[in-house]
Design a protein around this ligand. Structure first.
Ligand SMILES: NC(=O)C1=CN([C@@H]2O[C@H](COP(=O)(O)OP(=O)(O)OC[C@H]3O[C@@H](n4cnc5c(N)ncnc54)[C@H](O)[C@@H]3O)[C@@H](O)[C@H]2O)C=CC1
Ligand SMILES: O=C(O)[C@@H]1CCC=N1
Length: 263
């Protein structure tokens, strides 16, 4: 696969790391206005760093656009004359609709909107994909790419904003939960690095339990909750303080905000 990542910033670099780790690309162009900060990537033989988007597009089949939303329209207009029939355009850009992309490059192009998260860099992204009508023919190819970076799921475009909150912003939400658990552990007397390790591995174990057992979270909660014991004491206090409610409210606020952001 000959891939170009147009705009190798935070997310673009996460995707690049995952693709390189899994050796799924024969060539990987990474573009950025100033490539100095991504110099380390050219240790890989298959990587070409450039600030020339045209060069990257001419030499690649799969184009992953990962710039900030305000830059996409201009870039698409500039590179449009270079787009060939077989190019697959993947946009990871928040809120930039398939209609809008089609209006610039044409509905006859393979276009897939994708919402990965930064865990792509460690092969654990949850990526949601929505193709345009033509792009449906290439959705399996997109799944191959994003399954190499974690898990992928095809969803209707109308749900992509919600998926952004749950999966992309979700990384930040889970980080804060892990951090808060760490702070609790420090208060109980653990050194900060030990507390962090305990919190991380317990979080990883909880998610793995659900994935491998297929059981409901409440079933797993019941398994650790001794009647009259310390788990239910802590859990009930967390709920009195609004744990579930604050998460749900936060997710809804995040969703309101994403729907207000205009590109
Ligand atoms: N950070 C995240 O977890 C997620 C971000 N997104 C979306 O991905 C997109 C990128 O986000 P980030 O990586 O966080 O942004 P970023 O600002 O870190 O990266 C964008 C990169 O594009 C480069 N760039 C700007 N103009 C360019 C041009 N003309 N040609 C080539 N490169 C150019 C910039 O130098 C920058 O390195 C955004 O649209 C965001 O909404 C989506 C999901 C998750
Ligand atoms: O915070 C944001 O608006 C973007 C979209 C999802 C992750 N980062």
């Amino acid at each position: 696969m000959k891939v170009a990542i147009i705009g190798a910033g935070s997310l673009g670099q996460s995707i690049a790391k995952g693709l390189l780790k899994n050796k799924v690309v024969s060539s990987l162009y990474l573009t950025k206005r100033n490539t100095h900060s991504i110099k380390g990537f050219d240790d890989h033989n298959e990587v070409i760093l450039t600030s020339n988007n045209e060069e990257a597009i001419k030499n690649s089949d799969i184009l992953i656009f990962a710039v900030q939303p305000r830059h996409l329209e201009n870039i698409l207009n500039t590179v449009k004359p270079l787009l060939k029939e077989n190019h697959v355009l993947i946009s990871v850009i928040t809120g930039f609709s398939l209609d809008k992309i089609e209006a610039i490059v044409g509905a006859d192009k393979y276009i897939i909107r994708s919402m990965p998260n930064t865990a792509a860099s460690v092969g654990q992204s949850m990526t949601c994909l929505s193709p345009n009508t033509k792009g449906k023919e290439k959705v399996e190819l997109a799944k191959t790419i994003f399954n190499s970076l974690g898990l992928s799921m095809v969803i209707p475009e109308e749900q992509l904003q919600a998926a952004t909150v749950i999966c992309a912003s979700g990384i930040a939400f889970w980080m804060r939960l892990i951090r808060a658990t760490t702070q609790g552990a420090i208060q109980l007397g653990f050194e900060a690095d030990v507390a962090h390790e305990l919190a991380m591995q317990t979080c990883f174990g909880a998610a793995t339990l659900l994935k491998e057992s297929g059981r409901h979270p409440e079933a797993e909660i019941d398994r650790v909750t001794t009647p009259g014991g310390c788990t239910i004491e802590g859990l009930n206090e967390m709920e009195h303080q609004g744990l579930s409610s604050s998460l749900i409210t936060g997710i809804n606020k995040s969703f309101e905000k994403i729907n207000q952001i205009k590109n």
